[in-house]
Structure formats: structure tokens, C-alpha cells
Design a protein around this ligand. Structure first.
Ligand code: PEP
Ligand code: MN
Length: 333
């Protein structure tokens, strides 16, 4: 709509779109209101709307992800949760252990994360392990521990939801719900997450293209939950030196295609402690809106992903470096 369009003009266009059977998603920007019409494009000619009062331009969005597309929503989406913010000038670092193992473990690590400028606390309570015999997570007790510590330190907590039937439980304890790489195309779970009004951290699937990642985000958004943060966490390639191949280019590509914030996970992206800091620095330099990093005070005894977890002193050093990189590109940590 034109910047001069009145509320009643906007309403008239919206009503007309609905009368053609479209579902209308209204985006109110700083200068302009955009009406996103989702439905069968064959049923209508753009010119029928171009002549309506207050209409600036009618564009067909040809990409399959509409709500996630930058065409539909030119300004960055900024998602704020407590002291964390994703999509603006702040680069928010979420850190913590792969799994919550005990109250003492979580508290020790959380204090280090907070002290060094981390803005979110991670920890898995339900773990998607490759082996059914490996530690599967503490479950509700783990969530309770995270919530208590998160509240005490004033930090939002992020934890992975593996199944729909965990949703009520997760909503009681967690500020940001993580969808793991293995569940990126669990469409029934994504649909369910569209019904809630809490941010979702959606990780790129092990072999998913950027378009598939954005289509997964679209599933959540189509239910009305627009708070989706996507995450590059490495993809499967023929390379075996690292656990996954971290696709740094996915950061600027996603930001061009979509208004959604994108963060990077150099821990799962490399699987090797010594490679986490270089890739974290590269991700921030490439414009990532945040990072999610595994940190453990005693990684040799960690119940999962010890080999890729940073020691607290390494995390401290990394945060100092990231501050300088962020500053160089007009952002802050
Ligand atoms: C995790 O964050 O611990 C995790 C299992 O991540 P991913 O789904 O990316 O493998
Ligand atoms: Mn992990």
C-alpha cells in the first residue's frame, strides 16, 4: 500500500482479497503496510487490485516461501527475548552445555556464559542421540533446572523440543523452543509450533537446502507464529575431517532471501573444539544475527558433545574477539 493509504483503504483491499479466497497476512512497516495474500494465484489478476485506492504495487511472490520471503517483508524481523535480540544491531550469543546434566553443572556453566556477555542459555533436556543407548537427557527435571537458573541470571533459555507431546511441558519452562536438525522437516511438529506465540529456533537439516530451511520456517509462520530464528549448523558433505561442513555462505544468502534472523552453530557445524572459535568469528564477520555455542567446564566428562564444547576460558577469549569483529561491521555483542 502507498505510505499515504488510509486504514479504510487498506481494509478495503484486505476484504477484497479475502473475498477471492486469499488468507491475508498484514505487515505494518515503518513507512508502508504490506498485505500478503496467500492462496491460488490463478484466481486473480494483479491489475484488479492495482486500480484500487491506496495501492502502491501488486507483486507476485514467485518463491514457494511467502511469509518468510523478504519480498513480502522487506525490513528485518527483530526477535527480542529478555536480554537477547536477533535481527537488529545486536549479535546475541547463546551458550551452554549440549545437555543439562545436573543443577551444579548448569549453574557453573551458566555463570561463565553470563559473565562473558552471553545473552541466552542453551541446554538439551530431550536429546536426539544417534545411538539409543547414549544419554537421552534429563527430561522435565533438566528443564526445571534451566528455568530456575535462567530466571536467576535474567537470561532466556533455549531447549530442544523433539515431539509434539512435549509442547505443553516445554512452554512452561522454556523461552525459545529449538527444533533440531533431525526434525527440520517434521511437518506436523512445525505446524504445531505455528500455533504458539513463543520464538522458535529452527536448525537447518543435515542435508537441507536453504530453500527447504525457509520452507520449514514457512510451515511455522503459516500458523501465525512469525517469531522464527533460523540456524546454520553445518550440512553433510563428502568431507569427513569435520563432523559437518559449516556453510558460512548460507548466512548472507538467507538474509538476502528472507527477513528472518539467522544465527550460526559452530559447535555442531564443526564437531571439533579447536575449530569452533574460527568458525564463530567467520559467522559474525559474515553477518550472523547470533551464535549458539556449546560450553562445558569439564568437557572430558560431558554426557554429550564434549569434544566440541569450549572450555570457559576459550569462550571468554572468543567473546572478546567477537566484540571487535561485531564493532568492525557496525554491530555489538
Ligand atoms: C544440539 O543443539 O545439541 C543439537 C542436537 O543440534 P542439531 O539438531 O543441530 O544436531
Ligand atoms: Mn550438542
Amino acid at each position: 500500500m502507498k505510505d499515504t493509504a488510509t486504514e479504510s483503504m487498506i481494509q478495503a483491499v484486505s476484504d477484497r482479497l479475502e473475498s477471492f479466497g486469499f488468507v491475508v497476512h498484514k505487515v505494518v512497516g515503518v513507512n508502508q503496510t504490506i498485505l500478503g495474500a496467500i492462496g491460488d494465484k490463478r484466481s486473480v489478476e494483479p491489475s484488479e487490485f492495482e486500480v484500487m485506492e491506496g495501492v502502491h504495487e501488486v507483486l507476485r511472490i514467485t518463491v514457494p516461501y511467502k511469509l518468510a520471503s523478504r519480498t513480502f517483508h522487506p525490513e528485518n524481523t527483530v526477535i527480542e527475548v529478555k536480554c537477547a535480540s536477533f535481527g537488529g544491531e545486536q549479535v546475541s550469543v547463546i551458550a551452554g552445555p549440549c545437555s543439562v546434566e545436573s543443577e551444579e553443572q548448569m549453574y557453573t556453566i551458566a555463570r561463565e556464559v553470563k559473565k562473558n556477555g552471553g545473552r541466552g542459555l542453551r541446554g538439551g533436556a530431550f536429546k536426539p542421540r544417534t545411538s539409543p543407548y547414549a544419554f537421552q537427557g534429563m527430561g522435565e527435571e533438566g528443564l526445571r533446572i534451566m528455568q530456575t537458573i535462567g530466571e536467576e541470571l535474567g537470561m532466556p533459555v533455549v531447549s530442544e523440543i523433539m515431539e509434539i507431546n512435549q509442547l505443553d511441558l516445554m512452554l512452561r519452562y522454556v523461552d525459545i523452543l529449538q527444533v533440531g536438525a533431525r526434525n527440520m522437516q517434521n511437518f506436523s511438529l512445525l505446524r504445531e509450533l505455528g500455533t504458539i506465540r513463543k520464538p522458535v529456533l529452527l536448525k537447518r537439516g543435515l542435508a537441507a537446502t536453504i530453500e527447504e530451511l525457509l520452507m520449514a520456517a514457512e510451515y511455522i509462520m503459516s500458523g501465525g507464529n512469525y517469531q522464527v530464528i533460523v540456524c546454520e549448523r553445518g550440512i553433510r558433505t563428502f568431507e569427513t575431517y569435520t563432523r559437518n561442513t559449516m556453510d558460512i555462505s548460507a548466512i548472507p544468502v538467507t538474509q538476502k532471501l528472507s527477513h528472518l534472523p539467522i544465527i550460526a552453530d559452530p559447535s555442531h557445524g564443526t564437531g571439533r573444539r579447536a575449530k569452533v572459535a574460527p568458525m564463530a568469528r567467520a559467522a559474525v564477520a559474515a553477518g550472523a544475527n547470533g551464535l549458539i555455542i556449546e560450553v562445558h567446564h569439564d568437557p572430558d566428562r560431558a554426557l554429550s558433545d564434549g569434544a566440541q564444547s569450549l572450555y570457559p576460558h576459550q569462550f571468554q577469549r572468543l567473546m572478546e574477539e567477537l566484540r571487535m569483529i561485531a564493532w568492525a561491521i557496525g554491530k555489538h555483542i
